[in-house]
Design a protein around this ligand. Sequence first.
Ligand code: F6P
Length: 361
Amino acid sequence: MANKKRIGILTSGGDCAGLNAAIRSVVYAATNLDWEVIGIEDGTAGLLSRPMRYKVLTRGMFDTTIMRLGGTILGTTNKGNPFRFLMPDGSFKDLSDDIIAGLRELKLDALIGIGGDGSMDILRRLSQQGKFNLVGIPKTIDNDLGKTESSLGFETAVFVATEALDRLQPTAASHDRVMVLEVMGRDAGNIAITTGIAGGADVILIPEIPYSLDKVAQKIISIRENEGRNFALVVVSEAVKTVDGKAIKVEHEGGEKRYGGIGHYLGELIAEKTGFETRVTVLGHVQRGCAPIASDRLLAAAFGVHAVELVAAGKFDRMVAWSNRSVIDVPIKDAIASYQAVDLNGTLVRTARSLGICLGD
Ligand code: F6P
């Protein structure tokens, strides 16, 4: 068949819920057109290995259990920027040409890359350097990629974090405690503010709004003194800074930085300032590894189908996106350029304030 194509697909960056559902959707839509789908393992790492690591993905591999599973059957990596790859001797090397050589050897008509802003940027640079056809599918629990209302994995992460608040509330009430829940999200407070509103938090701290510890303490004390309630729920986003403006980060081999620790830091200060017994839960990767909720499965299905439609139409350098209940597509460069943090004048901030939730300011 003249139009028969061979396309590649990879997942890149941190895993999240909905990746397997999106891979399945691409495989179904592409094989319906009689195309061949090559699943590349561990993101660009599979293209750097020699022999390369990949497998032909067939419909038969996708029984109905796979779309329900968290993680990614292809594997992924959020380390190893190919333009600055950490070598075993500690030096850095540009391995972009090796990846491009790998892609050429696979003779792909197009590559579908499922990733967040960092991965989209790397894949786009590779596609321009290697002149191959790229379509992006957005995924990130942080929901910080622009031009799409939602990225794969975000809604599920919020669901998990909200469920955590549902579980923390009765134990907080039973023991007269403040419960601090630290959630992920990198530099964007999207998970924190959405979860905090949905889960009935009293305080939500996000990186976009500088906080005063006194304001947080006043809110918690007034809950006890004015509302007669003996517990409080606090949600804090991992990139919120210390009172003296420092981010709590750990630097890993290769220079990647990971946030973590602000929950415990604030927990101690809140206990000191309010006299409330305080406990801290750091939700961490629990937000990533679970089965996708229905809305993420729907997004995955629509994104996968539209990515294949873009390849069929010869529209490249574009990312599928969600807008106004529909799937659309946007230039990848625009999505990367328009970082999506919490809108300080938007619905979520206004809603939180009107509900009396303390945002720390
Ligand atoms: O970008 C997704 C994310 O889960 C962030 O929210 C978090 O800061 C980071 O990845 C954690 O990365 P890792 O899996 O390397 O610990």
